[in-house]
Design a protein around this ligand. Structure first.
Ligand code: 13P
Length: 247
């Protein structure tokens, strides 16, 4: 019953020309709406990308601020993203947390405000290598979930959870299907106990971290993996194969 969800996170990549070429490939390869496909593009190219995308691929911003408008030089607001016509925003990505120092509280504030403005949120969580090695994976991801819980409130139907172990991002070290499934299962159990059985059944929990056309199929077979958030491979034709991995 959970529709397979694949997000492409382009990060800080692309040019007008490159985006045109990539969308051309996606348009030809991804037909129909059996899979929910979303691409997260740099804010400066949101308008350009929106004009190119077919109706079965939705647009996402990669970040936003926690208030509607004001003296916040360089930031964009959920209201602006909505106004432009993009339905999604990625929040809490590990690069926002670790390169730009975003806290659980800031990410929660951004999530609450985005949802109140009617945006859908891809909320990212995940442990670092040293946390995994210290057997703290469960503690870390549940702490991140606990910070998000009051911000999401009753809007779980507008949220996709992206589990992205930091050690797997951009490293070529995809989590094994078993490693990913173990954490997804912990997250699903948390949803059941902390939110509700219905939310636990209906919320998509997607995996991110060095997903490729080659690794996607086995990951997609796991019972609690409902899709992917893809970085590097989302800039390549193989993104089409990843989108089809759950079919
Ligand atoms: P890679 O697929 O490049 O490892 O990036 C994953 C990611 O961070 C998606 O948000």
């Amino acid at each position: 019953p959970r529709k397979f969800f694949v997000g492409g996170n382009w990060k800080m990549n692309g040019s007008k020309k490159e985006i045109e070429a990539l969308v051309d490939v996606l348009k030809k390869g991804i037909t129909g709406d059996a899979v929910e496909v979303v691409v997260g593009c740099p804010s400066i190219y949101l308008q350009h990308t929106l004009c190119l995308l077919p109706s079965n691929i939705a647009l996402s911003a990669q970040n936003c601020y926690k208030v509607a408008k004001g003296a916040f030089t360089g930031e964009i607001s959920p209201a602006m993203i909505k106004d432009l016509g993009a339905p999604w925003v990625i929040l809490g990505h590990s690069e926002r947390r670790n390169v730009f120092g975003e806290s659980d509280q800031l990410i929660a504030d951004k999530t609450a405000h985005s949802l109140s403005e009617g945006l859908r949120v891809i909320a990212c969580i995940g442990e670092k290598l040293e946390e995994r090695e210290a057997n703290k994976t469960e503690e870390v991801v549940l702490c991140q979930m606990n910070a998000l819980k009051p911000a999401i409130g009753s809007n779980w139907d507008k949220v996709v959870i992206a589990y992205e172990p930091v050690w797997a991002i951009g490293t070529g070290k995809t989590a094994t299907p078993e490693q990913a499934q173990e954490v997804h299962c912990i997250l699903r159990k948390w949803l059941k106990e902390e939110v509700s059985g219905a939310v636990s059944e209906s919320t998509r929990i997607i995996y991110g971290g060095s997903v490729t056309g080659a690794t996607a199929k086995d990951l997609a077979k796991q019972p609690d993996i409902d899709g992917f958030l893809v970085g590097g491979a989302s800039l390549k034709p193989e993104f089409v194969d990843i989108c089809k991995a759950g079919l």
